[in-house]
Design a protein around this ligand. Structure first.
Ligand code: SAM
Length: 301
């Protein structure tokens, strides 16, 4: 059995993709492939993904955030799209003197948040930012905001960014962390990476998530009134990440399979897993492949 994935619970009804990006109930603000997800298996796979992304990518992001003044002299941080709170809890631990207020649209994800294991400066409220009013305890008590892997899943990211703009005082800072599939590359061709990235882009396109949000952030934030002060494209890669790299792509493939099994069938998922497993420990000497991160800091004038 693979070290990257164990493969139970892989069967899904063939119509699993029906309803993705169906905007009848929520015509102006849908959440791409994360829209209203409730299936326990998919929620569990997302839970593993959010945990892995936090552990593997979090430390580098926190270094960057610290350099850019994140949490410095801040009264409170807004974290729309907190998911099940893995990342927000980590962030709140790293910046222990600052309250971090998570806001999450999906109640099923918030139910997976365990306040007992979270630091005391972190909490999550249910709120669809850009659609609902912000909870009272958050109003006038935040001066910074972090959006991590959220804007890629929002059908109308401008509505969300404008709501954040309204919530922050003048001088308030917005930090966004995103991806952009334009910067996926490998040399030479690496089969499991090629299969995983191809499926990733196709499932996003089908489900209404934006695989190319990273390059759009400066114009998006500027159009909403922010002044962009920092913009970095960081190409994480398998040589420096070691086996965390295939683990990340394997887990992404697993989420994508459960999201759209017609696009990423079980046989392809198994192939990705087996090929990554076969290359374990060796891939750093054979390939260079990228995982692109986009980090932005902007100020409300
Ligand atoms: C990929 S998860 C990222 C979770 C967390 N930020 C992290 O980095 O681990 C994106 C989350 O954003 C939530 N979301 C998207 N748009 C939202 C909105 N307008 N208000 C609140 N939550 C939103 C989704 O429901 C989903 O849980």
């Amino acid at each position: 059995m693979s070290d990257y994935l164990s493969l139970p619970d892989l069967s899904f009804p063939a119509d699993r993709t029906a309803g993705i990006a169906d905007d009848k109930d929520n015509p102006w603000l849908t959440l791409g492939i994360m829209d209203r997800i409730e299936d326990p298996v998919l929620l569990r796979e997302w839970g593993k993904m959010l945990d892995l992304q936090t552990r593997v990518l979090g430390p580098g992001e926190v270094d960057w955030l610290r350099q850019k003044g994140f949490a410095r002299d801040s009264v409170g941080i807004l974290e729309p799209g907190s998911g099940d709170g893995h990342y927000g809890s980590y962030l709140a631990r790293c910046f222990g003197n600052t309250p971090v207020h998570g806001l999450e649209a999906n109640e099923a994800l918030v139910r997976r948040f365990d306040q007992g294991f979270a630091p005391s400066n972190y909490n999550i409220s249910i709120c669809t930012v850009g659609s609902d009013d912000l909870p009272e305890q958050v109003q006038n008590s935040v001066d910074q905001c972090l959006l991590r892997f959220v804007l890629q899943h929002v059908s109308d990211p401008g509505s969300l960014v404008r709501a954040v703009y309204d919530a922050l005082p003048s001088g308030g800072k917005l930090y966004a962390i995103e991806e952009d599939h334009s910067f996926f590359t490998t040399e030479p061709y690496w089969l499991p990476y090629a299969l995983a990235t191809d499926a990733w882009s196709r499932v996003y396109e089908h489900g209404g998530s934006d695989a190319f949000i990273g390059r759009k952030l400066p114009s998006l934030l500027s159009e909403c009134g922010f002044e962009v002060t920092d913009y970095d494209i960081i190409l994480r890669n398998n040589v420096e990440m070691g086996d965390d790299f295939p683990k990340l792509f394997s887990q992404a493939a697993r989420v994508l399979h459960h999201t759209a099994p017609d696009i990423l069938p079980l046989a392809v998922l198994k192939n990705i897993d087996q090929e990554f497993t076969a290359d374990r420990g060796e891939h750093r000497r054979m390939y260079v492949a990228t995982y692109p991160q986009i980090l932005v800091c902007a100020t409300k004038p």
